[in-house]
Design a binder for this molecule. Sequence first.
Ligand SMILES: N[C@@H](CCC(=O)N[C@@H](CS)C(=O)NCC(=O)O)C(=O)O
Length: 324
Amino acid sequence: MGLLVNGVWQDKWYDTDSTGGKFQRADAKFRNWVTADGTAGPTGGAGFRADSGRYHLYVSMACPWAHRTLIFRELKGLSDHIGISVVHPDMLQDGWTFQTDDHGARGDMLYGLPFARDIYTRADPTFSGRVTVPILWDKERGTIVSNESSEIIRMFNAAFDEVTGNTADYWPQQMRNAIDPVNARIYDTLNNGVYKCGFATSQQAYDAAITPLFDTLDWLEARLADTRYLMGDALTEADWRLFTTLVRFDPVYHLHFKCNRKRLLDFANLWAYTRELFQMPGVAGTVNFDHIIRHYHYSHETINPNRIIPIGPELDFMEPHGRS
Ligand SMILES: N[C@@H](CCC(=O)N[C@@H](CS)C(=O)NCC(=O)O)C(=O)O
């Protein structure tokens, strides 16, 4: 685990000394947008037109943020148009690597580089910051388009529609004002909330994160008693952003991140909803429990110094969900 400083790798865990034990996630630094015609998006520069075969996605199958982009690649019919490389689940002193020895990681499919940090320095030899996944890479310009998953899924949602003919819309214009605040609460207290609990290095920091996390789960459980999806009958990006955290909850966050007041299994609506999303076409293939369970428990030495991989709960995501 580490970061680049002026293009040079430094092996360092997150700094929680300066924040009273709180984990604070740094903002992603590459914020360009692929658009249908290559005009600039909301941030960054122009010149990233949606073409088949031009872009490549670097992901970890363990990572909930990368997982969102993999789901959108499936839902939007992009798998023949955007290639992927999968990092090895163990993230140790070199950060994410393209090691290929086990677990089905097949290395850097574009350049055969050893480390994910090499992708960052290829884009910017003096890059400073954390080397995170997902990374959306432009093969034509030889640079990173974006390393922000919430923006990559919005690009995938719309920019390639003329390439694929797939016009399914998970962020419809008329629902954006309703979706955005739901996303914001789920991001702060749950998607990122599990990390705030798990990476806390003081009791106070953990206490401040754990109560809002379970308040949000209670709120979602009540909401899903009345509606099929978060926004009613329409399945939107809000559901997929929530799903990647829920699917990891019992196998990882409950034990490893100490989010253990209840299990996902104890929330009848949320558990059935998670199963429904899991069972949608193309989604199960994006969920790799071997990488998920292995990555967190093996990589986080400060939390699990002996790197023992727990057996994990028995969960049947294919059990009929009964929601309609
Ligand atoms: N804002 C980013 C966050 C991505 C992120 O933090 N990914 C984690 C993996 S789950 C990572 O690569 N962490 C490496 C590090 O922080 O050094 C996004 O949503 O795309």
